[in-house]
Design a protein around this ligand. Structure first.
Ligand code: ATP
Ligand code: MG
Length: 362
């Protein structure tokens, strides 16, 4: 079977380091293995409109921001198809048919949608489009016959929903759709990177982000005001690692080579953690180290972004070409879906003949 990857992001803001460790970094690694027959990376504007219907300008402005972040991270249009969801209308058609295979109560049980409804104050009146976005995500994934979907932990319920739709569709209409596999980050800190406030997951909608394109001074400011262990008051006090955002970020970003470079008095992260827990290591020293680590990780991304920013029309052209290719692939799947669902009237000569015979001589 072919190996096909699909994943994407909502154009609701620039991408942040949570996206990077949750999915983007993995995508680029997988892209560069050359193991995939096809890779599709989608800017999910139609999905972004489900909770930003009254703010289309925000979505429009952020298409290019997300595309630049993609290119800056190393997604290569020669190897990966970068496209815009709304430019592939076949996805809407697929969603419409999948809606028949999902119940309202099933959608109501989706824990991610539940918490997002709360976060957006949609409890009193949920837009239908927003409520059904897990179905539209199933359309996005199956349209490309994706076998692998690298995403953060919050996407688990979406992939589950997709699998259920695939099973139900194949059971009712015959083997047509391909079941995807979720690929979660293997490092726990990356599953759901917290925001700089330490409270919830880092999210564009919560304003607790370090952006991939952040300038060095702002990265430093955000790192130095980061949440640590509130009971670690004096340097000699023992410190806690659980819920300590600075250490979570080190888990997500630190590479062994950063110790000789920035903190040679420690062998590795385990030694640093042990000292912090014992007491005698101040927050400022750990924050200075994290700042150096993040600066080293983000500098090449920021510089590459600036290069791509010099030719914006070329970036739109990449998206146009990608959307064209994506549409061709989705159209083929839609055709197969329609045959399976017996709504392919005009291409089915046998049907027309059969009907003609039925009414012959009548
Ligand atoms: P929004 O607030 O508009 O929903 P978001 O910041 O949650 O934006 P999405 O576009 O919804 O970002 O998510 C894109 C991808 O990034 C998904 O695969 C998601 O799992 C992953 N992701 C987002 N935030 C994080 C995070 N804090 N940690 C790990 N992965 C994340
Ligand atoms: Mg989200």
């Amino acid at each position: 079977m072919k190996k096909i990857m699909l994943t994407g992001d909502r154009p609701t803001g620039r991408l942040h380091v949570g996206h990077y460790v949750g999915s983007l970094r993995r995508r680029v690694e997988l892209q560069d293995t050359g193991d995939f027959d096809d890779i599709f990376i989608m800017i999910a504007d139609a999905q972004a409109l489900t909770d930003n219907a009254d703010n289309p300008e925000k979505v429009r402005q952020n298409i290019i921001e997300v595309a630049l972040d993609y290119l800056a991270c190393g997604l290569d249009p020669e190897k990966s198809t970068l496209f815009i969801q709304s430019q592939v209308p076949e996805l809407c058609e697929l969603s419409f048919y999948y809606m028949n295979l999902v119940t309202v109560s099933r959608l109501q049980r989706n824990p991610t949608v539940k918490s997002e409804i709360k976060m957006r104050n949609f409890e009193a009146s949920i837009p239908v489009g927003f409520f059904t976005y897990p179905i539209s995500q199933a359309a996005d994934i199956t349209a490309f016959k994706a076998t692998v979907v690298p995403v953060g932990e919050d996407q688990m319920p979406m992939i589950e929903q997709t699998k259920e739709i695939v099973h139900k569709f194949n059971f009712v209409y015959g083997e047509t759709l391909v079941e995807p596999k979720i690929l979660l980050p293997d490092n726990e800190a990356c599953l759901r990177l917290p925001g700089t406030d330490g409270k919830a997951k880092m999210s564009k909608s919560l304003g607790n982000c370090i952006y991939l394109s952040e300038e060095p001074g702002d990265i430093k400011k955000k790192v130095f005001s980061m949440f640590t262990d509130p009971t670690h008051i004096r340097i000699e006090d023992p410190g806690k690692l659980e819920g300590n955002t600075v250490f979570t970020y080190l888990d997500a970003f630190c590479r062994p080579e950063y110790f000789p470079e920035f903190l040679p008095e420690y062998k590795d992260l385990d030694e640093l953690k042990a000292h912090y827990q014992r007491g005698g290591l101040g927050d400022m020293k750990v924050k200075r180290f994290l700042n150096n680590v993040l600066q080293a990780e983000l500098e090449p991304i920021r510089n590459r972004r600036k290069e791509f920013q010099k030719d914006i029309p070329a970036v739109y052209e990449i998206l146009r070409k990608g959307s064209e290719k994506a549409e061709q692939v989705a159209a083929q799947t839609l055709k197969e879906v329609k045959v399976a669902m017996k709504i392919d009237y005009f291409s089915d000569e046998a049907l027309i003949r059969e009907q003609a015979e039925k009414f012959a001589g009548g």
